[in-house]
Ligand binder design. Structure first.
Ligand SMILES: *Cc1c(COP(=O)(O)O)cnc(C)c1O
Length: 463
């Protein structure tokens, strides 16, 4: 499989280069040259199979020609062996037509583990093969950082520099990152927002000399392998609920548009996905875009669902590329509009297509808390604020197909918000029970690209 950049001028690359490159050299994102499609019979033959079997079938077309199937299968087995549920991503039924897809059974209790546990194995494999080393830079709104650090802590090939917005992640999230004692992990709290952290990472990628000299690699959802790994649970869910012979809908708590974009890919691959619903918190740029056709950045609001406190949803560029029939010129002009004036408009024909693919909704802070409380009362299930943002949108939609809400984090990651909403203080699982006694280590740095690059120059792995 070959990959192309959404901005049209970076070279086409194979899978191995794509995962090590992260952001394309022209500032764009890599997508497969075409979407592989499985026939209904191929989908049917996967019913009742294990998570790992389905993962291999779904992801094989994307790695074709790059990795031996046996070797890939081993990586998949290893990646999901540490999950605490045999189904990896189990489904729970809430009422006659609503399900929760529990994506938080990995080591750091958020759905980011599903992709990062596989991505680290892919990157280590590629670096070993080339006998290279890398410095991985990560921007996190809270969960990617923990998942990346957990995944990379034992990597012999990569150091991780993790940028989180100072005082804007939950204490559990921060400690999951800052208490990992490993010589290859560096935590940096940036005086700014998540969008500032994401901009710093993108600036390092666009600084060619620095990027090449320090072999900068990325594991944010701009990295294609993250999206690829997330397509799998849309498939396991659709198959469990009757696919390909019955349609299924999904509501996704959305920040950087990576998770829901994986749902779009699943649909492109031939799964009968009825509706994909974008759920946002008060940072509602995507909900406004679907309603008005104008993608317009405003200020970031702090909410009880901090992993979605994002304004610029990087992966939206990937869907835009398809909406414009892969016309990179259109993407370049939209993105330069975004850079210059903080906004761009989607043309009418593309907006019509966008609305055929995605519905959207927004949940404010009060409704998030109310949803946590009501869900506990009516179903006995304790959900985290991100899940509540989505479930609140899902339950207000009239859906004839089964509606699955993606439950992206364990409630114990956000104990203060959960307790405030419903009075229950969710306990951390045993392997994290002493999280608040562990020693923290992190630097606080200014939101300044020179300062951050200097830090990486002095602490980075010689490459
Ligand atoms: C990252 C994250 C999201 C948002 O996912 P995107 O892929 O960025 O849209 C939602 N919920 C939780 C708990 C997260 O960690």
């Amino acid at each position: 499989m070959q990959y192309v950049s959404t901005r049209g001028t970076a070279p086409g690359l194979g899978f191995e280069d794509v995962i090590l490159t992260g952001l394309a050299a022209d500032g764009g994102l890599y997508v497969p040259e075409q979407w592989p499609v499985l026939s209904d019979d191929e989908w049917r033959s996967l019913r009742g199979k294990s998570y790992a079997d389905i993962a291999l079938a779904v992801m094989s077309p994307f790695v074709a020609g790059a990795i031996e199937p046996g070797e890939f299968r081993q990586m998949i087995n290893d990646a999901y062996a540490g999950f605490d549920h045999p189904a990896v991503t189990p489904l729970t039924q809430l009422d006659a037509n609503h399900w929760l897809l529990e994506l938080y059974h990995g080591p750091t209790l958020a759905f980011k583990d599903v992709a990062l546990q596989l991505l680290v194995r892919l990157m280590n494999w590629a670096l070993e093969k080339r006998d290279e080393y890398a410095n991985v830079v990560v921007a996190t709104s809270g969960d990617t950082g923990g998942a990346a650090i957990e995944a990379f802590r034992h990597s012999k090939r990569a150091r991780v520099f993790c940028l989180h917005p100072d005082e804007r992640v939950s204490p559990v999230q921060r400690r999951q990152m800052t208490t990992v004692d490993s010589p290859s992990i560096f935590n940096i709290a940036i005086k700014g927002t998540f969008d500032d952290c994401q901009d710093l990472v993108k600036a390092m990628f666009n600084h060619k000399e620095f990027r090449d000299k320090y072999k900068i690699a990325g594991v944010n959802s701009i990295n294609w392998a993250r999206i690829m790994a997330q397509v799998v649970y849309y498939a396991t869910t659709a198959l469990a609920l009757g696919g390909p012979d019955r349609k299924v809908s999904f509501t996704v708590p959305t920040g950087n548009f990576g998770d829901i974009f994986a749902g779009y890919v699943a649909k492109k691959m031939g799964l009968p996905i009825d509706r994909l619903v974008i759920a946002t918190n008060s940072n509602d740029i995507l909900d406004r875009t679907v309603r008005t056709g104008r993608y317009e950045v405003t200020g970031v609001h702090e909410t009880a669902s901090p992993s979605m406190d994002i304004q610029v949803s990087s992966n939206f560029e990937r869907v835009l590329f398809d909406l414009y029939d892969r016309d990179a010129d259109k993407i370049n002009s939209a993105m330069s509009g975004l850079k210059q004036s903080g906004a761009f408009s989607i043309d009418e024909p593309q907006l019509v297509k966008l609305r055929q693919l995605f519905a959207s909704g927004r949940t404010d802070e009060e409704a998030t808390a109310e949803c946590i409380r009501q869900t506990l009362e009516t179903t006995g299930k304790l959900i985290d604020p991100h899940t509540a943002v989505a479930y609140n949108v899902a339950r207000n939609i009239d859906s004839v197909s089964p509606m699955v809400t993606l439950s992206t984090a364990h409630p114990a990651k956000f104990p203060a918000a959960v307790k405030k909403a419903c009075g229950i203080d969710p306990a951390l699982p045993p392997h994290m029970a002493d999280l608040f006694e562990r020693q923290e280590k992190y630097e606080i740095l200014a939101n300044d690209i020179d300062v951050v690059e200097d830090f990486i120059r002095s602490a980075g792995r010689d490459v």
